[in-house]
Design a protein around this ligand. Structure first.
Ligand code: AMP
Length: 473
């Protein structure tokens, strides 16, 4: 199957050729023809599966090929402004009337969707996409809205502000996309989403993308879609089969730091993300790594948007080799050079583990995800394994052996498909002894933070929100 067979406009295919896309991903293969037909979609797929193009390509196709139909007798905002000018009046602000709205949980994801849209729409004239985000200066947002963009990409909170003050009118909206719907609900955006949906015409096409389609997401999906086509992509992207996962046990913080420094010197490492439980740890570790000679930077929710953008830009350009980040800040980061992800602290929620490791192995590349785990956290590793339905191999590096010995009952590590034993050597784990398993009995140690563990017990409130935690799995 190629992009032509999916029925996309020739100008879009030209842009895809420029981007180096040769064939559609599984989610694109299923979603694009159905979306062009105008069907509502419920899609369960992970980031990294090519989901942005799965909704944006058909949307651009439809907008580019649509006949110019006047949906009302009212003038378009631009016509209105022009006639105000010709009357010699000072043009007042006329509400933007987008044709497509994409809602995303975070600013970073919204910016990525906008960038992808610009890329895919490089040859489709007229179509403009803008992001409306919290943290962006108000005059800048007004200026973007006054261009009456066809495509609006926004986080729900800021959008509500503009809707309520009459700056955006959804009466001509044709397509609504909820990207990472489960995340938006986790972050407490349900009321905002319902309000936004209620302001759009019932005739709209709705496309909902989410890691899971069960529970609250499923209920909301039922309310906002009409006879949707359900697409479940369970392939290697969701299982992260291209990512080599492993656990290294550590005795204390100093052991953990030494191990991290060693792993960051891996010759196969291009760029890495190190995840911490708290914003303060992200800052402290980034400082420490900088002093140790790594080009490191922190990324977390306490930073101003400008600083966050600069950091992400530095990462994309390769000036930053090690990003030390919290979960929310790093969600959705799509930088192909990220070869390694390190869980300096385990995530509080098992689904965050999946999102974290998905920062590497983008678009089918190989990646390495290493969790540095204190013995007291064994149970959390097990819960992640239960959630992902995959066993994470425990590995030991010569010279960095933990003092505790292996616990009985830990089965031998299963390597992800596609990984040969020799691949370990290439990635710098050549000194490891895979036979030596180290896995303590649950509860055999109750190490506090100073011993290198359990940081996720600390407050992540500002970053997370009311979500299910480990105990619920
Ligand atoms: P997404 O799941 O939308 O975050 O996309 C993950 C990555 O895959 C992005 O870097 C896209 O540019 C890339 N991508 C999406 N579709 C394709 C494709 N058909 N061929 C190659 N790369 C793709």
């Amino acid at each position: 199957m190629n992009f032509e067979e999916l029925g996309l406009h020739v100008n879009i295919i030209r842009a895809l050729t420029d981007a180096g896309y040769t064939k559609p991903t599984p989610v694109q293969e299923q979603a694009i023809p159905a979306a062009i037909e105008g069907r509502d979609l419920l899609v369960s797929s992970q980031t990294g599966s090519g989901k942005t193009a799965a909704f944006m390509l058909p949307a651009l196709h439809k907008l580019a090929t649509a006949e110019v139909v006047s949906y009302s007798n009212e003038k378009t905002p631009n016509q209105e402004r022009q006639s105000a000018r010709s009357r010699g009046d000072r043009p007042r602000f006329v509400a933007a009337k987008p044709k497509m709205l994409v809602l995303t949980p975070t600013r970073e994801l919204a910016l990525q969707v906008t960038t992808a849209t610009d890329k895919y729409g490089a040859y489709t004239r007229r179509l403009k996409a803008v992001s409306i985000l919290g943290g962006m200066p108000y005059p800048k947002q007004m200026q973007l809205l006054s261009r009456n963009p066809e495509i609006l990409v926004a986080t729900p909170g800021r959008l509500i502000d503009h809707m309520e003050s009459g700056k955006i009118d959804f009466s001509e909206l044709q397509m609504l996309v909820l990207d990472e719907a489960d995340r938006m609900l986790d972050m407490g955006f349900i009321e905002d989403i319902e309000k936004i949906v209620a302001a759009t015409p019932p005739t709209r096409q709705t496309m909902l993308f989410s890691a899971t389609l069960d529970g609250v997401v499923g209920n909301m999906a039922k309310r906002i879609t009409t006879e949707p086509m359900v697409i479940q992509i369970a392939g290697s992207a969701s299982k992260h089969e291209n990512i080599q996962q492993k656990v290294h046990f550590v005795d204390d913080l100093s052991h953990k730091n030494r191990m991290l420094d060693h792993l960051l010197r891996d010759v196969s490492l291009d760029q890495a993300v190190v995840f911490t439980a708290t914003k303060r740890d992200a800052d402290t570790i980034a400082d420490r790594l900088n002093i140790a000679g790594f080009a490191a930077a922190a990324l977390h929710g306490d930073m101003h948007q400008g600083a966050r953008n600069r950091t992400l830009d530095g990462l994309r350009r390769g000036h930053i080799r090690v990003l030390v980040a919290t979960d929310v800040a790093a969600r959705g980061i799509d930088v192909p050079g990220i070869t390694h992800v390190f869980n300096y602290d385990l995530p509080k929620f098992p689904e965050d583990y999946v999102h974290r490791i998905g920062r590497t192995g983008r678009a089918g590349r190989k990646g390495v995800a290493v969790s540095l785990v204190n013995h007291a956290e064994s149970m959390h590793v097990k819960r992640i394994e239960r959630f992902t339905k995959q066993l994470i191999p425990v590995d030991v590096i010569e010279g960095f052996e933990p003092k505790k010995t292996a616990a009985p009952g830990r089965t031998s590590a299963r390597k992800p498909q596609g990984w040969k034993p020799g691949d370990n050597r290439k990635s710098g784990y050549g000194n490891s002894k895979p036979g030596q398993r180290s896995f303590s009995k649950p509860g055999s140690s109750t190490a506090p933070r100073k011993d290198g563990g359990s940081a996720y017990k600390g407050s992540r409130q500002a970053e997370g929100g009311a979500r299910r935690s480990f105990g619920d799995y």
